[in-house]
Write a protein that binds this ligand. Sequence first.
Ligand SMILES: Cc1cc2nc3c(=O)[nH]c(=O)nc-3n(C[C@H](O)[C@H](O)[C@H](O)COP(=O)(O)OP(=O)(O)OC[C@H]3O[C@@H](n4cnc5c(N)ncnc54)[C@H](O)[C@@H]3O)c2cc1C
Length: 134
Amino acid sequence: MQELTLQFKDESKNYQAGDFYFLSFRNVKGISKEPHPFSVSSAPLNKPHEVSFMIHRLGDFTQKIANIPIGTEVKLEGPFGMFNDEVKADKSPVILYGLGSGVAPLISLALQYAGNKQLHLIWPGPQVNNPHYQ
Ligand SMILES: Cc1cc2nc3c(=O)[nH]c(=O)nc-3n(C[C@H](O)[C@H](O)[C@H](O)COP(=O)(O)OP(=O)(O)OC[C@H]3O[C@@H](n4cnc5c(N)ncnc54)[C@H](O)[C@@H]3O)c2cc1C
């Protein structure tokens, strides 16, 4: 798993907790220009002008991300998603359950609503003991 954090060029851009974007690198040689979808793992409450992703190194695209120099321009299409509206509107306790990198949008929601809602995040898997996510 790797974490990628991007800064918005335009500070008026924003997203909602649990959203996803299609991400592509248009000016980088050696990596496909095709957009790939990734969910945000950060919360706009804590990071209004930045967005983070938790990306599993699986194939051609995701294994090359770590080699891309810091400062490279990234194209984001989106944001898309409806998790935030559902969680925001729900008055009952919320249980979020995710496996592997599927936990990314749930971490985003947990960060956004911790303290305001009764919320349980269940994430089984090897990354659970990674101090970065504790
Ligand atoms: C709405 C949405 C949100 C997503 N959010 C995230 C996210 O936050 N973090 C993240 O890491 N991924 C996320 N994904 C999946 C991610 O888009 C793909 O894993 C990525 O595009 C794979 O690209 P690649 O070229 O590296 O791998 P590919 O070359 O396309 O795939 C390599 C191998 O991995 C397998 N594979 C592909 N995707 C997955 C998967 N998700 N789980 C298990 N095996 C898979 C393929 O079958 C293939 O065998 C999301 C997908 C969608 C549709």
